[in-house]
Design a protein around this ligand. Structure first.
Ligand code: AMP
Ligand code: ZN
Ligand code: FE
Ligand code: FE
Length: 278
């Protein structure tokens, strides 16, 4: 079988390892295929490709920020042309708004007495697409919390927490269309990971009608029962059932290869790509 982990982050967004190190770890985990899926950017692909160990295939991807019925929806996109102008413009807008929003969250944290600053968050993020995990790490450095995961509560920067700020995101139907127009395919990420990221069967059915290619079934946040339900739904809707570890380096305990796509999923996904930009 093809050992494929189709959901992995690097320092191009909010992971803690550079793309080259992520590829090295993917090889050590015995993977045949790894998808690099940083939030709203493809900036890590070149470094990843240059560092690929023998026998490992890179599936170029991205995790796109969308919003449906006032909740965050993450869409994994693969094998699209990142230079397609409409898609590139939306990605730039999403990234620009991430900076504005992160600065607003830092202001709220400072007003709540956290001894941090935008400079501190910017230093942690470096060239990365900024996200809440960078702010969480700054809160640890400031002594407000002991671990980054403690930032994701109603007291701090969980959705609608005291220091939370919304940001620009795409409507999923538009996102699916943009990726498709750029020659790629989209997969709904972690629809049962709970809280803000939960997507109902009815909503998934709507996305399937809009051209969604697959749904992430194997994900660390999904229970066995949720996986079984999602597999059945995928089959009913003719979606590819996929999977991945959602590794973020030290933030998630270096779990690359800890979740794999079901056998045949990688091949089925590639078969649905209008362009084959592999
Ligand atoms: P953002 O894209 O800036 O809104 O931040 C969302 C990211 O924060 C997710 O992709 C995860 O990497 C991380 N995240 C979300 N919820 C949690 C949580 N409960 N604990 C740790 N990290 C989280
Ligand atoms: Zn993330
Ligand atoms: Fe996600
Ligand atoms: Fe992710």
């Amino acid at each position: 079988m093809t050992r494929a982990d189709l959901h992995v982050h690097s320092t191009a967004s909010d992971g803690t390892d550079p793309p080259a190190r992520v590829m090295q770890r993917a090889g050590q985990a015995g993977l045949d295929v790894v998808a690099l899926t940083d939030h709203d950017t493809v900036a890590g692909h070149a470094e990843a490709r240059a560092a690929l160990p023998a026998g490992l295939t890179l599936l170029p991807g991205m995790e796109l920020s969308a919003r449906l019925n006032d909740r965050s929806v993450h869409l994994l996109a693969y094998l699209f042309d990142p230079d397609q102008p409409d898609l590139a413009a939306e990605l730039a807008r999403i990234r620009d708004d991430r900076v504005i929003r992160a600065r607003a969250m830092v202001d709220k944290l400072i007003a709540l007495g956290v001894d941090t600053s935008w400079d501190q968050v910017a230093a942690i993020a470096g060239q990365s697409v900024v996200g809440r995990p960078h702010i969480a790490r700054a809160m640890v450095a400031a002594g407000a919390i002991a671990e980054p995961s403690q930032a994701f509560t109603a007291d701090w920067i969980a959705d609608n927490g005291r220091a939370y700020e919304d940001r620009y995101a795409l409507e999923p139907v538009r996102a699916i269309g943009l990726v498709r127009a750029a020659g790629g395919v989209t997969v709904l990420a972690h629809p049962r990971s709970g809280g803000e990221y939960t997507v109902s069967d009815t909503e998934i059915t709507g996305l399937a009608e809009a051209g969604l290619a697959g749904v992430e079934v194997n994900h660390p946040d999904h229970s066995q029962a949720e996986r079984a339900e999602l597999s059945a739904l995928a089959q009913r809707l003719n979606l590819v059932a996929t999977g991945g570890s959602d590794d973020h380096g030290s933030l998630t305990g270096y779990r690359i290869g800890g979740e794999l796509a079901p056998d045949g999923a990688f091949e089925a996904l590639v078969a649905r790509v209008p362009s084959k930009n592999l």
